[in-house]
Design a protein. Structure first.
Length: 343
């Protein structure tokens, strides 16, 4: 986020930039509010899917718009953004949620079956798309052949589609919030249908505005990153951070209200959607337009990814969490951000 701030103050048109930042922040909070209205109307676990899918669609649109402007120079943008999304969600958002919930409620519970299902899908999604390209021999470097890209895209869709089926139909009870008598939201009546429909339309509009503002500020961001001699991967971190901000705020607010299951549904669901929907679309674009795409992570990022998956298994394997798990996740997130700037 510090890079984003520097990008905002660096351009000569400071007044316009400040206004754009203020509008961006306000729009993010508006998106969170309308997403919660829709989620309350639909109910769990369908409600948490609304924001996850909407945010991922916006993320894909932003990645594609930037890639089309410079296909060669942005060949690794999809990888950097997807990896950043996974690290921000699994360590940043989850870490803050567990810390805030642990401080306020000491210990929080969730359904292990639902968390395990998410991790069971997240592990192969990340490894097959972000690590496997480094060890295939058909191409040199962290890339897939067109046939391998097709396979990776299909596998991503199958895994994510299967997860959505399990979450919403076959084993819906795995993802329902743990009963908490003190949670006032359980007794609050759902909003009227017209109110929910209006909020859904405003949610889509707000997310589109976020993308438009983020895309407009991207040149200033790249200029600031170049002036700082920071790696290009930082652009992907900032894009993922902006796109995930509404969902992150919603997840933290849910954890603070002692609705950890909802918080985890939002957070981990967005990580799954980020890979399961982004990789197939980017792969199709690469094949159709002949754009190069690099998916394989470097050794440093592979270590951080594997550590994140291992930590997720340990943290979400007991059904209860405290502030300790939140601190540990945030330390890993801090390591990710630090080594992104100082590789």
């Amino acid at each position: 986020m510090m890079t984003l701030i520097l990008a905002f103050v660096a351009p000569p048109h400071t007044t316009i930039t400040v206004l754009a930042v203020a509008t961006l922040i306000g729009t993010v909070f508006a998106a969170v509010y309308h997403a919660e209205v829709v989620a309350h109307r639909i109910g769990e676990p369908f409600g948490t899917l609304v924001l996850a899918v909407a945010v991922t669609v916006i993320e894909v649109a932003l990645i594609l718009s930037v890639m089309v402007s410079d296909p060669i120079g942005k060949s690794s943008l999809a990888r950097d953004t997807v990896f950043a999304a996974v690290m921000i969600v699994c360590n940043g958002i989850v870490g803050i949620s567990l810390l805030v919930g642990g401080v306020r409620h000491r210990e929080q519970g969730f359904r292990v079956a639902g968390a395990s299902a998410k991790l069971a899908v997240l592990a192969p999604l990340t490894i097959l798309t972000l690590i496997l390209p480094n060890v295939t021999v058909s191409t040199s470097g962290p890339t897939f052949t067109p046939a391998q890209l097709v396979f990776a895209g299909l596998v991503s869709l199958v895994l994510y589609g299967s997860f959505v089926f399990v979450q919403t139909i076959r084993h819906r009870d795995y993802f329902l919030p743990v009963t908490n008598p003190g949670d006032e939201t359980l007794h609050a009546p759902p909003p009227p249908l017209m109110t929910a429909a209006t909020s859904f339309a405003l949610l889509i509009f707000a997310l589109a505005v976020v993308v438009g503002l983020a895309k407009g500020l991207t040149p200033a961001l790249e200029t600031a990153i170049a002036a700082m001699n920071a790696p290009k991967a930082v652009v992907g971190i900032v894009i993922a951070g902006i796109v995930l901000l509404p969902e992150g705020l919603a997840a933290v607010r849910a954890a603070r209200a002692n609705r950890l299951q909802t918080s985890l549904n939002l957070a981990l669901g967005s990580a799954l959607a980020s890979i399961g929907l982004t990789i197939p679309v980017v792969a199709a674009l690469s094949i159709a337009l002949g754009y190069p795409i690099q998916l394989g992570l470097n050794p440093k990022d592979m270590v951080l990814l594997l550590l994140t998956l291992l930590l997720g298994v340990v943290t979400l394997g007991t059904g209860t969490t405290t502030l300790l798990q939140g601190i540990v996740h945030l330390v890993v997130f801090a390591a990710f951000v630090f080594f992104a700037f100082v590789p």
